[in-house]
Design a protein around this ligand. Structure first.
Ligand SMILES: Nc1nc2c(c(=O)[nH]1)N[C@H]1C(S)=C(S)[C@@H](COP(=O)(O)OP(=O)(O)OC[C@H]3O[C@@H](n4cnc5c(=O)[nH]c(N)nc54)[C@H](O)[C@@H]3O)O[C@H]1N2
Ligand SMILES: Nc1nc2c(c(=O)[nH]1)N[C@H]1C(S)=C(S)[C@@H](COP(=O)(O)OP(=O)(O)OC[C@H]3O[C@@H](n4cnc5c(=O)[nH]c(N)nc54)[C@H](O)[C@@H]3O)O[C@H]1N2
Ligand code: SF4
Ligand SMILES: [Mo]
Length: 874
């Protein structure tokens, strides 16, 4: 290992699972850098990982338990939780309670939650946000392989000759894996990349071929591929001895009639490339999982790899990239309502018996519990009477989010464990429990390629906050099971989990970490990243090169699948297809990433990507506001007019909540329709209607106070000294000064105001103790001031604003592309055009953009292409 000062831990965000080294920065804070020895990233980081240290502040942290909004001591809170759960179970049975947990918990936290619900409360009503994320993959893996096994490793992406990315915006969502792919292609230009995504994403910068597929049509495309594999004699006959169901799957593929929305020429090119390249990896993510036929999409992909025997060998295989840092660990501990620990199966009496004996458990559910969407429906109907939500924000991220919010609000007893009291969900809790967060607790996580890494503590937990495993164990003890929840440290939990995995593996399960069953505290502290399985039976590596599937006869099942369109129909009333997903610099509901000023600069407010033809037809102008309505709800978003989306389709990011943009809650638009097998919601194919949202004024503001004005549209992002805000209102305020003082909660501030009634323009600066505390620019059109410049005026004397040197006169660096070095789009374009820069490297050499973490390099490449076409056109 490289001898580096600092603590080695794992990034808090995505499933790539990068190792980081955290060290004091010499100024009272911390510096985070990539761990050169971690196999996932070898020192690389992305923009979110690089900004981790900016999210560690204590501002807004929940520091003590709260009961009914008042601070309480732990004893009272724990007794209340254990008591209310116990009473509810006694009165209404174990299925009247539920846990809703998260792929962001550590394995040790997750193991205890699952043990408590399944083994001791005796219900399977524990489900996880992984239901919204990985459930279709889990179901697809299980029905093909017999277990939820990811066969390959990250190295396969580098060793492949063809990498196909299906419904994956890898450049933004798994940026370090994307960087590894970029480096592999640079070293070996023969490596081909195909992206399959209705949108032209940043990932498409790397693609030799982009298939802008019709939403939901992946089964049709992969059925075409399977039929062609059969027709062209590309089936691997030797491998076929390990397979069942091939004839049926091929017959279904040949009978496929579903359209793909793709030109035949592109389909032909794709089929030739896939069939003609032995070393092919098909990476898939939410464009596959989050559909009402997500499980079938997974099967359609697996079928092609199974038929050709391209699985489990270097550079070959289907590869599900996981979203959350411990999505895999959660699956391993059985955190979904239809699984048991260690990939044991709830429907299997032998498996249930094993677990019950191992845990000395009083009870064991015999049938699966409620899946996330059903669970919140049961909450709404009063069938779930006590609910504990841990490490997730369902009031924002479940489909039909307004209804979910109301269901939680109406539930008899709601406990929320989080770092913050202000999330959309935490606001609804009867009891709030302060959890220790990243950097404050110890445990393990498993990344997309089965590598288990340690998260290590380098900070004390603030206030009374405790690790989730400790809170759950305390409740277990207080509910009457002192021995089963006698855990004093996370390593004790991991040891138990590891021992159980050995028993499960002896019954033919894949997950086996029994080598860790005797790990002592020191070895746990020093644990280096390792890929499971780790046992006397086998260690690391890939699965299935020689068959050996985890089905009763050891053969994989090829499941026949038929394409189906999205479950929600578009019609005259709701004519647009709504696709939702992620942006580069924010993490889900922004409770952590939203605290880093540099991450708010890339895309600072909720938006809707809409095709220029649709925008013109509907009278939606660039940067104006759009009202988006579905059968479930409504949102107001900024129009981003772009041909990156197909006509008739729109895309909105999932990140904004009532905390940052009350009108921008995209979860409120998503229909609660699910895949019938996996129960995963279809978050990528809603039906909506769009209208220009007409306002009397648009505004941009900065404020040092924590106020979010209650205007018709408001979105805020962190800046160094406070917040920056985009505002709009349907009616003009009578008095801008009165309005501003109230909006920014500065009742006694001195106001400097310039109002031009004829042009409908107003500028207000609010000054207290000689310093600018808030400033507002308003006008009838979207305000074109330099956001960065105005933000830099906070805390200043305001002389510039007074002297009329308005921020509007400054060159605007534009939205930040390079968040590490804070370089805006306009700055890059000017440099490209004036210095004749032709490559991403040249831009880096000239102005530094893209030279640190590299997450913005695909966007710089895209800018370069646009500048080139502009020059060519001139
Ligand atoms: N920056 C950032 N990174 C993240 C996260 C984050 O919040 N922010 N979250 C993490 C998590 S939990 C997850 S699950 C992953 C998700 O990672 P991804 O799955 O890569 O991200 P998404 O943006 O949800 O969706 C991927 C793409 O699917 C496309 N798509 C939509 N419908 C279809 C379809 O029918 N077929 C196909 N082929 N494609 C379709 C969308 O246009 C979108 O570009 O990201 C992880 N990484
Ligand atoms: N429309 C739409 N909706 C989606 C998706 C989509 O693509 N489109 N994607 C879905 C997917 S794939 C996912 S994974 C989900 C994610 O959705 P959520 O899980 O609901 O979102 P997060 O913001 O990650 O919520 C995590 C919460 O846990 C808290 N937290 C952080 N660390 C800890 C800890 O150590 N302990 C505890 N107790 N709490 C902690 C955070 O403050 C935060 O409130 O969203 C899903 N919803
Ligand atoms: S790719 Fe970025 S967000 Fe994901 S684990 Fe690595 S540094 Fe963290
Ligand atoms: Mo996810």
């Amino acid at each position: 290992m490289t001898d580096a000062p600092g603590i080695r831990t794992t990034c808090a965000y995505c499933g790539v699972g990068c190792g980081v080294i955290v060290a004091p920065d010499g100024a009272g804070g911390f510096a985070v850098r990539g761990d050169p020895d971690h196999p996932a990233n070898r020192g690389r980081l992305c923009s979110k990982g690089a900004a981790l240290a900016e999210t560690l502040g204590l501002e807004g942290r929940l520091l003590a338990p709260r009961i009914g909004g008042r601070d309480a001591v732990w004893d009272a809170a724990l007794d209340l939780v254990a008591g209310r759960f116990g009473e509810t179970i006694a009165e209404h049975g174990p299925d009247a309670v539920a846990f809703y947990v998260s792929g962001q918990l550590l394995t040790e936290d997750y193991y205890v939650a699952n043990k408590l619900m399944k083994g001791f409360i005796g219900s399977a009503n524990i489900d996880s946000n992984s239901r919204l994320c990985m459930a279709s993959t889990v179901a697809g893996h299980r029905r093909a392989f017999g277990t939820d096994t990811v066969p390959g490793t990250y190295e396969d992406l580098e060793e492949a000759d063809l990498v196909v990315l299906v419904g994956s915006n890898l450049a933004w969502c798994h940026p370090v894996l994307y960087q590894r792919l970029v480096a592999a292609k640079a070293a070996r230009p023969a490596l081909r990349v195909v992206t399959i995504d209705p949108r032209r994403t940043a990932t498409c910068e790397l693609a030799d071929l982009h298939l802008a597929i019709a939403p939901g049509a992946d089964v049709a495309l992969f059925n075409r591929l399977l039929a062609a594999i059969a027709d062209r004699g590309a089936v691997d006959e030797a491998y076929a001895v390990h397979l069942e169901g091939m004839d049926g799957a091929i017959a279904a593929a040949r009978a496929e009639t579903g359209g793909t929305g793709l030109p035949e020429r592109d389909i032909a090119a794709f089929l030739d490339l896939w069939i003609g390249t032995e070393k092919v990896v098909t990476v898939f993510s939410q464009g596959v999982n989050q559909s009402s036929n997500g499980t079938d999409k997974v099967s359609a992909i697996l079928n092609c790899h199974l038929a050709t025997g391209r699985i489990g060998r270097p550079g070959m295989g289907p590869f599900s990239v996981t979203g959350q840092p411990n999505a895999m660990g959660g699956r391993e501990v059985g955190g979904l309502s239809n699984m048991l620990a260690c990939h044991l199966e709830i429907e299997n009496p032998d498996h249930r018996h094993l677990l019950r004996t191992f845990w000395h458990a009083p009870a064991m559910p015999e049938k699966p519990g409620l899946k996330a969407v059903e669970m919140f429906r049961a909450v709404a109907h009063g069938r779930i009477k006590a609910l504990w939500i841990i490490g997730t924000n369902p009031a924002a991220t479940l489909p039909d989010a307004d209804a979910v919010r109301d269901a939680i609000a109406g539930c008899d007893f709601v406990v929320v464990s989080d770092l913050f009291a202000t999330t959309d969900t935490a606001r609804l809790a009867d009891v709030l429990l302060p959890a220790a967060g990243w950097g404050e607790k110890d445990g393990t996580v498993t990344n997309s390629d089965r590598t288990i890494s340690r998260q290590r503590r380098f900070l004390p937990a603030p206030g009374l906050a405790r690790p989730d495993w400790a809170i759950l164990s305390e409740v277990g003890r207080r509910m009457g099971w002192p021995d089963a929840f006698d855990f004093a440290s996370p390593v004790e939990i991991l040891r138990e989990h590891a021992a159980l995995s050995g028993h499960a593996a002896a019954r033919g399960r894949d997950f086996d970490i029994s080598d860790l069953a005797a790990l002592d505290e020191a070895a746990y502290d020093a644990l280096a990243p390792l890929r499971w399985p780790v046992s006397a039976r086998r260690t690391g590596g890939r699965f299935f090169a020689d068959g050996g599937f985890f089905t009763p006869n050891g053969k994989a099942w090829m499941v026949p699948v038929v394409s189906r369109g999205p479950a929600t129909a578009t019609d005259d009333r709701y004519p647009f297809r709504l696709n939702t997903g992620r942006i580069r610099d924010q993490w889900h509901t922004m409770t952590r990433s939203g605290r880093a000023p540099r991450l708010g600069r890339h895309l600072g407010e909720p938006f809707l990507e809409i095709h220029p033809l649709d925008a013109v037809r509907l009278g939606i102008r660039p940067a104006h506001l759009v009202e988006v309505e579905s059968r479930e709800g409504r949102a107001i978003l900024r129009a981003l007019v772009t041909d990156r989306v197909r006509p008739g389709e729109v895309f909105a990011p999932m990140h904004w909540t009532a905390e940052h943009a009350p009108a921008g809650r995209v979860g409120a638009l998503v229909a609660p329709v699910t895949d019938p097998i996996s129960g995963q919601p279809e978050s990528k194919a809603g039906a909506v209607v769009l209208r220009p949202y007409r306002v009397a004024w648009y505004g941009f503001a900065v404020a040092a106070t924590d106020a979010l004005p209650a205007t018709d549209y408001a979105a805020r992002a962190r800046v160094a000294g406070g917040w920056r805000m985009e505002l709009a209102g349907a009616e003009l305020p009578e008095d801008w000064e009165v309005f501003s003082r109230a909006a920014f909660r500065l009742p006694s501030a001195e106001a400097m105001t310039v109002v031009d009634r004829a042009r409908g323009i107003a500028r207000v600066a609010l000054i207290a103790e000689g310093r600018v505390r808030a400033a507002l620019f308003a006008g009838p059109e979207p305000v074109a001031v330099s956001r960065e410049h105005l933000a830099s005026q906070l805390g200043d004397t305001g002389r510039e604003i007074l002297a009329g040197q308005a921020a509007a006169d400054r060159p605007d660096p534009g939205a930040t592309l390079c968040s590490c070095l804070d370089i805006g789009v306009n700055t890059i374009v000017v440099a490209v055009l004036t210095q004749d820069l032709l490559t991403v490297e040249a831009v880096g050499a000239a102005i530094g953009a893209g030279t640190n973490c590299g997450s913005c390099r695909p966007e710089i490449a895209s800018l370069l292409r646009r500048c080139a076409t502009r020059v060519a056109a001139e």
